[in-house]
Design a protein around this ligand. Structure first.
Ligand SMILES: Cc1cc2nc3c(=O)[nH]c(=O)nc-3n(C[C@H](O)[C@H](O)[C@H](O)COP(=O)(O)OP(=O)(O)OC[C@H]3O[C@@H](n4cnc5c(N)ncnc54)[C@H](O)[C@@H]3O)c2cc1C
Ligand code: SF4
Length: 511
């Protein structure tokens, strides 16, 4: 039997030593290739911490491969794109058989398939087993559905994978969703003592990467001073253990709460480790279920957390592949304004935006409600072009990879696809931010004032948005209450709101 030489491509977000791509690897004849591409770091104007995290994690993974005696071609700092670098290597080594895991990013999947066609390669794109739901299973679930809603998908996932269900497939605790017990603001006096996130050693590999990024990407946004992301499998496991032991207990109740200088709250901070495949969602869920018993945690917290991983994470991935490439072009409201420059600096008079963006620049992290109801809400109300907003999210968060960033930003935060998988636009006035945070206490604007110099820009733009899209909001029972409240505002005040909103919209950079 003749053995064909395989080249196994491992992408920067596929760092799993148990990957299906390595399953039948023959160390005598096959080879692994990993590529660092400068173009990928510049494709959007990426946060320094995001570039450093990817490079440090890739180099640690390469080190693991070498220790396990995998023949590896590791290309550092290629000036070309991943696919162009791959092409050169394939031609040089006369490769005829390419193996990889299906890339998470749609663009890369198309480009690799095209390359294989062009070079007449045998291409095996293997299923990413890291996820619970394959693309094929999601397509089956989606077939003939008029509405795509997380809740139905999530229930099916719970039943299929027998997670938090009894023998008959009914939900443990008698209901599928315990949201009404979760999502509280912090007490008036503040969040109190929150166990800090796990911290990780900066070893020589990470240190070298940090120095390199600092020197090479000086003008990129963000800082590396607080870099503390898990960059290896061991560190990712440490992060998971630490979360379930110390921080999970208050995850549910405070998952929507915000407070000045409280960047991580009780959140898991596991998204980057999950997205790089340093952690498998199955082991995350297993650890959470174990901690539930060990520490007799609230079911509401455990269910709330599992819904994020088994529900939202899998759901947005399914929707991304179902709707690409259209998802990247959708612009339901035909918004066209430029993203204010202060999204890149945090220099704005709005306390909520300053805090959310400030911590994003420091850590490359903001939690879900900061992303959805602060920066995302503002971008929608301020009528920013979705592409500009999506590029910002893709650049600025360490966990941002298009399959998860785009559906969340374009689909959830911006309603750019007209509500294909959300039942309403997620918009809120300053009153919501006041209720869920302490941001308004130190703000130069007042959340309850609708127009005039001290009016909260988010409040003005919220009412302006409702006035502009009144018919759409009135037509749905989910949003009718919002227009009912609008109808309580006098016509004269509504006119003032529209006038003030126009001034704001024409001077977004000055806010
Ligand atoms: C506009 C916008 C953009 C976002 N961009 C990204 C992104 O680029 N990458 C990313 O991983 N998440 C993204 N999210 C989802 C979510 O905000 C982050 O997963 C979460 O804040 C990461 O922090 P954490 O690990 O502490 O999460 P936790 O709050 O502790 O949640 C646990 C885990 O659940 C998963 N999860 C939770 N919510 C979602 C969701 N809506 N979609 C997918 N997975 C979810 C994540 O893996 C997360 O680690 C985005 C959300 C919004 C509203
Ligand atoms: S007043 Fe408005 S802009 Fe200021 S922190 Fe509150 S919600 Fe944000």
């Amino acid at each position: 039997m003749t053995l064909s030489k395989k080249l196994v491509l491992i992408l920067g977000d596929q760092l799993d030593i148990n990957s299906a791509a390595l399953r039948d690897f023959d160390q005598k004849v096959d080879r692994v290739i990993m590529i660092e591409s400068v173009q990928e770091a510049q494709y959007v104007w990426s946060h320094k911490a995001k570039i450093a995290l990817f490079l440090a994690a890739m180099r640690h993974f390469a080190h693991t491969l070498e220790k396990l005696h995998y023949p590896l071609t590791y290309i550092k700092e290629s000036p070309f794109s991943i696919v162009e670098t791959l092409r050169q290597q394939i031609l040089e080594d006369r490769v005829t058989h390419l193996v990889c895991i299906t890339p998470g990013e749609w663009r890369l999947k198309q480009e690799i398939a095209l390359l294989a066609q062009e070079l007449d390669l045998r291409l095996e794109m293997r299923e990413d087993e890291h996820f619970f739901c394959s693309h094929q299973e999601f397509e089956l679930w989606a077939a003939n559905r008029k509405e795509f809603r997380l809740e139905y998908f999530y229930r099916q996932m719970r039943k299929t994978h027998r997670i938090l269900v009894d023998e008959e497939g009914n939900p443990i605790g008698g209901q599928w969703n315990f949201d009404q017990d979760n999502r509280k603001p912090y007490p008036k006096k503040g969040p109190g003592i929150i166990d800090p996130p796990a911290s990780f050693e900066i070893d020589c590999i990470t240190k070298e990467v940090i120095d390199y990024v600092e020197a090479t990407y000086q003008d990129h946004p963000g800082s590396l001073l607080a870099f503390n992301w898990p960059v290896s499998r061991d560190q990712a496991l440490e992060a998971l253990a630490y979360f379930v032991d110390y921080r999970l207990r208050n995850f549910g109740v405070y998952q929507d709460a915000m407070w000045t200088d409280t960047p991580f709250g009780w959140h898991s901070i596991l998204s980057s480790a999950l997205n790089l495949k340093l952690l498998n969602p199955r082991e995350v869920i297993a650890s959470v279920l174990e901690a539930w018993k060990k520490y007799t945690l609230d079911l509401a917290t455990v269910e709330g957390f599992i819904r994020q991983i088994l529900g939202w994470r899998e759901f947005v991935r399914g929707m991304y592949y179902l709707d690409m490439p259209k998802m990247a072009q959708d612009n339901y409201y035909e918004h066209s304004r430029a993203l204010p420059n202060w999204y890149w600096t945090g220099e704005t008079g709005m306390s909520c935006m300053r805090d959310a963006i400030g911590q994003t620049l420091r850590y490359g992290y903001a939690h879900h409600i900061q992303r959805l109801m602060v920066t995302g809400n503002f971008a929608l109300l301020a009528e920013i072009l979705p592409k500009e907003v999506c590029d910002w999210y893709l650049a600025i968060y360490v966990d941002a990879i298009e399959w998860v960033e785009l559906p969340n930003t374009a689909g959830m935060a911006l309603f750019a696809n007209g509500g294909r998988f959300t039942s309403k636009p997620y918009i809120a006035s300053g009153a919501y931010i006041k209720r869920m945070s302490n941001y308004c206490n130190t703000c130069k604007y007042k959340p309850d004032i609708r127009f005039g110099e001290t009016a909260c820009p988010i409040t003005t733009l919220y009412w302006n948005f409702l006035i502009k899209h009144r018919a759409q909001f009135e037509a749905s029972p989910r949003t009718r209450l919002m227009t009912a409240n609008l109808n309580k505002i006098s016509q004269e005040d509504q006119d003032q709101i529209v006038l003030h909103a126009q001034q704001l919209l024409h001077n977004l950079d000055q806010l």
